[in-house]
Design a protein. Structure first.
Length: 266
């Protein structure tokens, strides 16, 4: 692993030296299909959820958890497409968090979660970033342990898996994690490995930690190999592609014990 990727492999990365990219560019399609008028009207990040703090907006849960844990470089990845309601998200954030140093990375056209992260990285001055959905009850106070583990491992991507979603979860059956490997199974089109008897598969969009140089280089490779065909999903397209090339990523599973990962095709 190139020392540049982590700004000093032997040193523990500090929260204030890590960018955090909050994924806010989705359309919330499933919420719009609800019979609830509030869910139809609000952009997904502004929908209230039940948390230990009480009922607060998804985006508030993420921002408060991150800022209280020492992460101050927060970038919201939003879209200009009116269906994503990016302007409403920005208006709310600017008014609610005027004392925080927040920034926005805006997609002129839909890029997908992987493409949006790539665009945000091109403007980043830091060597590493955490990428997180906003619709997660992730224990953000544990991120210090996560980036410490990332500092010590020899991969450019660490995936933090924290939940076992039900059948209605967006990535159900698409990205599978067990104690050994990640595989992609996109509606029967690809099934490289199988879980062993007795193992419990887990699917999750999840929080990931990435090094900037590694991500930028691999994303360019992805586009060269696959063509710029539109949106690129971080979890269903990009990470499975990285593994199919024979590269390793590391992953943490609750209670956040580091494990290494390499796709086996035989």
């Amino acid at each position: 692993m190139d020392e540049r990727l982590k700004n000093g492999h032997s040193e523990i990365i500090q929260p204030q030296n890590v960018d955090v990219f909050l994924l806010c560019g989705g359309k919330g399609t499933r919420l719009k299909d609800s019979d609830d008028d509030q869910l139809k009207r609000l952009p997904k990040p502004l929908v209230p959820i039940d948390t230990p703090r009480g009922s607060i907006r998804m985006i508030d849960n993420a921002i408060l958890g991150l800022s209280e844990s020492g992460f101050v470089q927060l970038t919201l990845l939003v879209g200009r497409d009116p269906e994503t309601q990016g302007s409403e998200i920005e208006d709310y954030i600017v008014s609610a968090y005027e004392n925080l140093d927040l920034s926005f990375s805006r997609e002129d056209t839909p890029l997908g979660t992987a493409g949006a992260a790539y665009e945000a990285f091109t403007f980043s001055r830091r060597d590493n970033a955490i990428i997180t959905p906003v619709d997660t009850l992730f224990p953000f106070d544990s991120l210090g342990l996560v980036i410490e583990a990332f500092s010590k491992n020899d991969t450019g991507i660490m995936w933090v898996v924290t939940s076992n979603p039900g059948e209605n979860a967006q990535n159900f059956g698409k990205v599978i994690v067990n104690s050994e490997r990640v595989v992609r199974d996109d509606e029967g089109k690809l099934n490289i490995t199988l879980t062993q008897d007795g193992e419990s598969a887990t699917t999750s969009s999840g929080v990931i930690v990435v090094s900037k140089i590694y991500y930028l280089e691999r994303y360019k490779d992805y586009i060269c190999e696959n063509g710029n065909t539109g949106t690129v999903d971080l979890y269903r397209d990009f990470i499975p592609w990285v593994l199919q090339r024979g590269e390793k990523i590391s992953f943490l599973m609750s209670p956040f014990q580091l494990q290494s990962l390499e796709l086996q095709t035989d």
